[in-house]
Design a protein around this ligand. Structure first.
Ligand code: NDP
Length: 454
């Protein structure tokens, strides 16, 4: 499938798009480079004004933007509208804080004056996925443009209208022509862009394969990358936890975006003493979810974004079951049009089955029982991923152990993992490297220049 809007709820191809030609890509890169030479000298006050205006537009048009997201990738309309509003928050956060985050940092040395200065690099390429088609882009755009860089976007091929709309919003907000451009291109056209001297760095959110391929190309050119890849986040529930709260949060954490989130809790690791109670509540809560038309305000679970994702998740479930996993609820696709999969809980997970080791990018929970905290931590760390982790216990000693010993870019205690503009976001192990958001996010794509004056 080329670049197209295909409604995941019906399978209908709504609109197709031609990828840019090499000449068109060249014109966009030339424009971005010309723009950077002026844009880098604009003041923080000016950039903040444009960024705040972008936030206003996102809020003003939240329903229209929500409908585009839902049409293209199937997230529920209520979550799509919430996503537009969250994008406004990241715009305001960097509009308010970028100057402070990037001001000179003095250092006491043998010089009469020495300090660190942060300077923009130039054109930054973002390769982004479809799962949060606005949020993933705005959390790149807000720090990147506020730092004085210019951005180009290669968005996922199934969300072209989202991609074009984002450029429109930033243009309407007042950013100069070329400060941010969407390139409608396929994945095979990315490498030549990375190889272009004018492009200074790249960030990718998506699969391990795509991340490795981008990073390999960038590595050959000695260009920095930030990678935000998959996860198979553990959600550890221990004896002292509030089981009702944990089960509600577990449901929200697993079902976020119909299960298509890198930081969704995927492996539920529960102490034996509370496991029956937790399992019963989880089954009840999964059963109560309404699967259906994502444009309907009452729907909790929409279709998966593409038929391939539906096939992948079903194969992972069927393979796990064939190896010995037991289905507590769900375990199959809905019949009829659209990429709908039933909320599913697997238990008695066999070692090395997909439910044990792989990322499930859909509404499927794997439930494990453990006897000790040692066992819980060992299981939590037994995948190649290391994105987020959630731990449920009121015991401070157990909390400390989870914080210190679970291999993850984020640990949330008695809450679900979520992204917040004020906190850094990113992974360890095969979940990637580098950080988005917070002060660390804006400092990824700048030249951290040492200045020493005798
Ligand atoms: P991909 O990694 O294939 O797509 C993400 C982005 O990377 C898209 O823009 C895609 O473009 C682009 N891309 C794909 N291959 C390359 C490449 N070789 N070089 C440069 N860019 C590339 O994700 P999928 O959408 O196919 O999803 C597959 C899996 O990825 C999921 O099951 C999940 O594990 C993971 N994923 C993780 C996400 C996260 O939030 N961390 C988000 C989405 C997916 P194009 O669409 O044109 O192929």
């Amino acid at each position: 499938m080329g670049i197209a809007t295909v409604n995941p709820a019906t399978g209908e191809t709504v609109k197709t798009f031609e990828p840019l030609t090499p000449e068109e890509i060249e014109a966009k890169l030339a424009k971005a480079q010309d723009r950077f030479l002026e844009y880098r000298h604009t003041s923080f006050a000016q950039r903040s004004q444009w960024m705040n205006k972008a936030a206003e537009i996102l809020e003003r048009d939240q329903v229209e933007l929500g409908k585009i997201m839902t049409l293209e990738m199937g997230k529920t309309i209520k979550s799509a509208i919430a996503e537009a509003k969250k994008c406004a928050s990241v715009c305001r956060y960097y509009a308010d804080n970028a100057e402070e985050f990037l001001k000179d940092v003095p250092a006491s040395t043998d010089a009469s004056s020495s300090f660190v200065r942060f300077q923009p690099l130039g054109i930054i390429l973002a390769v982004m996925p479809w799962n949060f088609p606005f949020w993933q882009v705005f959390r790149f755009v807000a720090p990147t443009l506020m730092a004085g860089n210019v951005g180009i976007l290669k968005h996922a091929s199934n969300v072209p209208q989202c991609a074009l709309k984002i450029e429109e919003i930033l243009t309407e907000a007042g950013f100069p022509d070329g400060a941010f451009q969407t390139l409608l291109i396929g994945a095979s056209q990315v490498e030549s862009i990375i190889n272009d001297d004018r492009v200074k760095a790249a960030t990718l959110t998506g699969s391990e394969f795509a991340g490795a391929s981008l990073a390999a190309a960038a590595g050959k050119q000695i260009k920095k990358t930030v990678l935000e890849l998959g996860g198979s986040d553990p959600f550890i529930v221990l004896d002292s936890a509030d089981i009702e709260a944990a089960a509600s949060s577990a449901t929200a954490a697993r079902m976020l975006n119909s299960g298509q989130s890198c930081i969704a809790a995927k492996r539920f690791i529960v102490a034996e003493s509370v496991a029956d109670h937790f399992e019963k509540l989880l089954v009840e809560k999964f059963s109560a979810l309404k699967v259906g038309d994502p444009m309907d305000e009452a729907t909790d679970i929409g279709p998966l974004a593409t038929p391939d994702i539906l096939d992948d998740i079903d194969q992972q479930v069927q393979k796990s079951v064939a190896m010995g996993a037991r289905v507590l609820i769900g375990g199959k696709a809905l019949e009829g049009a659209g990429n709908f999969y039933l909320p599913t809980i697997l238990t008695d997970i066999p070692p090395n089955s997909p439910a044990d080791k792989e990322e499930f990018f859909g509404p499927v929970a794997s439930l494990f029982r453990v006897k000790t905290l040692d066992e819980a931590i060992e299981l939590a760390n037994s995948t190649t991923f290391g994105l987020g982790a959630s731990g449920w216990t009121t015991d401070p000693h157990e909390q400390e152990r989870i914080i210190n010993e679970v291999e993850a870019g984020a640990v949330f205690i008695n809450g679900m993992v979520k992204s917040d503009p004020r906190l850094p976001f990113g992974g360890t192990k095969i979940s990637g490297y580098g950080r988005e958001l917070g002060i660390y996010g804006i400092q990824e794509f700048v030249n951290i220049k040492t200045v020493w004056i005798k």
